[in-house]
Design a protein around this ligand. Sequence first.
Ligand code: NI
Length: 226
Amino acid sequence: MMLHVPDVLSPEQVSALRRRLDEADWVDGRQTVGDQGARVKRNRQLAEQSPVAQQLGQGILAALARNALFFSAALPLRFVPPLFNSYEGGEHYGLHVDGSVRALPGTQLQLRTDLSCTLFLTDPEDYDGGELEVVDTYGTHEVKLPAGDLILYPSSSLHRVHPVTRGARIASFFWVQSMVRDDRQRAMLFELDQTIQKLRARLGECEETVGLTGQYHNLLRMWSEV
Ligand code: NI
């Protein structure tokens, strides 16, 4: 399931973040990929250990913790701390798949990448190209969102970033290990949760919404690994 999560950051939050990023040191983006990715990746990133990246990343995770739509869709268990990338002057990232397991920096833990996230930090009118193209079982999708919006997609999908031919495309990207590993089960829980919320808005809390909420939690209990 792909999901557009709007307004993860406010325009003011995006501006503040961009000011910090404009002053930061950028390094070759091939630092964080394996051999296959390195052959097709042409962009720049903030270094993983950079205090600026760590601080800004914490701010993004705090914003996501308040976002009910993101929580409902991702059912997050663990996050790889957000990284930041920049594409300009024809930079791009060819077709690739994200690695399935990543070490969590500063810990002995590893994370299974169930979901990939891109949080756009540049408005689409400020650059040309730079579409994120994701290939899934329902075809090919091109994504280019307003600054502050996020796209969530299964990490198992092949994807690429088209060359940026004008301006610069700044974004944050990170991975989530979900409590629910299977994309279909997670999508069913999301649909059920969204439907319960609509019913509750229409009818108020009633015997039926309580019953369905119980079923939601019983399914989550059955399918989650925590
Ligand atoms: Ni990728």
